[in-house]
Design a binder for this molecule. Structure first.
Ligand SMILES: CC(C)(COP(=O)(O)OP(=O)(O)OC[C@H]1O[C@@H](n2cnc3c(N)ncnc32)[C@H](O)[C@@H]1OP(=O)(O)O)[C@@H](O)C(=O)NCCC(=O)NCCS
Length: 153
């Protein structure tokens, strides 16, 4: 397994990016100003992605994180998250933020296991920004749960 930065002009892994965020418009908007890293299998197939977007001189946000469905549950998401946090520290950002839906129970578990803590709720974010209603785990995704952690503990 190898993690590398997406090369200039290289096609981003849309199939993975859209797993984490169903709006191609929203993804395109942040991709241009981001640091995008992909994880490749031994056979150089792209199996994961993480997208970091600077918010200010000190804060960077993980805007997208996805692992190919057939590779999920093997620890790759955790490795990508830790890589993102390490990269943030190396680039001089002292705070890492991430947001997820109120219905994204597994993601909320993953982020807190890595060290993120809940800082706030953006009420009705998914109602305002997505045309189609989103349901996960039998719950409507309405609110964005905001989480944050220092890039070095
Ligand atoms: C979220 C995602 C990136 C996690 O990647 P992953 O490689 O499966 O994650 P890991 O194997 O490192 O799992 C870490 C933790 O996530 C949770 N988790 C991951 N998959 C899970 C599953 N199928 N069921 C329950 N919990 C799960 C668990 O808490 C797990 O911790 P554990 O191993 O101690 O049980 C991946 O599931 C994914 O791409 N999902 C679709 C896109 C998405 O929702 N992205 C996040 C947008 S907010």
């Amino acid at each position: 397994m190898n993690i590398r930065m997406l090369k200039d002009g290289e096609q981003p892994p849309w199939n993975l990016l859209l797993l984490a965020d169903p709006s191609k418009d929203l993804v395109s908007k942040y991709l241009d100003k981001s640091f995008c890293y992909v994880v490749e299998s031994e056979t150089e197939v792209t199996i994961g992605v993480i997208v970091l977007v600077p918010i200010s001189n000190h804060i960077i946000e993980i805007m997208n994180l996805a692992v190919d469905e057939s590779y999920q549950g093997k620890g790759i998401g955790t490795i990508l998250l830790k890589h993102g946090i390490q990269t943030a520290a190396e680039k001089g950002y002292n705070t890492v933020e991430i947001g997820t839906g109120n219905s994204s129970i597994n993601q909320l578990a993953l982020y807190q296991k890595v060290g993120f803590r809940i800082t706030g709720i953006d009420h009705d974010f998914f109602i305002r920004n997505y045309e189609e209603p989103i349901f996960e785990n039998g719950i409507q995704c309405r609110d964005m749960i905001r989480l944050s952690m220092p890039s070095s503990l």
